[in-house]
Design a protein. Sequence first.
Length: 220
Amino acid sequence: MAAPKQMLIYVPPHPLVKHWLYVMRQKDTPSAIFRSAAAELGRILIYEAVRDWLPTVDLQVQTPVGLADATVVDPMQPIKVVPILRAGLLLLEQAATLLPVTQTYHVGYVRSDETLEATCYLNKLPPSFAKEDRILVADCLLATGGTLSQVLDDLVSRGADPGMIRVVSVLCAPPALKVLGEKYPGLTIYTAMIDAELDARGYIIPGLGDAGDRGFGTDH
């Protein structure tokens, strides 16, 4: 009998992950530096997420002095990238250096301060996905899991396979991981840290505050 699927969570043990997370946590970090740190951290998390996941093609290449075997990322199988606005954009600012072939579909959600429920205000997903499509979702903070859960519902309703979806996120909290693990056991998440809890406002504690406001220099 096959082993039951379960959600996988990876926290890369890289010193630069810890370094850039420290910069993002620091309450006095200026917006421009916060945004740069998020981009650096996103680049590392994306690298880890795709290291054994990018589709490749074997071929040969003519060098100046001979013929060599080579492997390249398959240009016929672009990674479907789904940033959850606003903060998800911060993690993708250097993604082009790691993902040679992509298609990007933006979705935007805003969370109510009273109910903590997320409402969609932008949806640029395609009408359908193939089961074999590799989908990379960028969501800066997984607090309650409500926003990501809605996005995953939408992706799956359009044909996506949860086992072909990978998520990159700076911070996660146990309530989000519980919700997502129960609903999508085939999911894989790459994050810099799992923090302890949420406060009454639904903020991750100790967290880093509102990533969107801090990254884009706006007031909540």
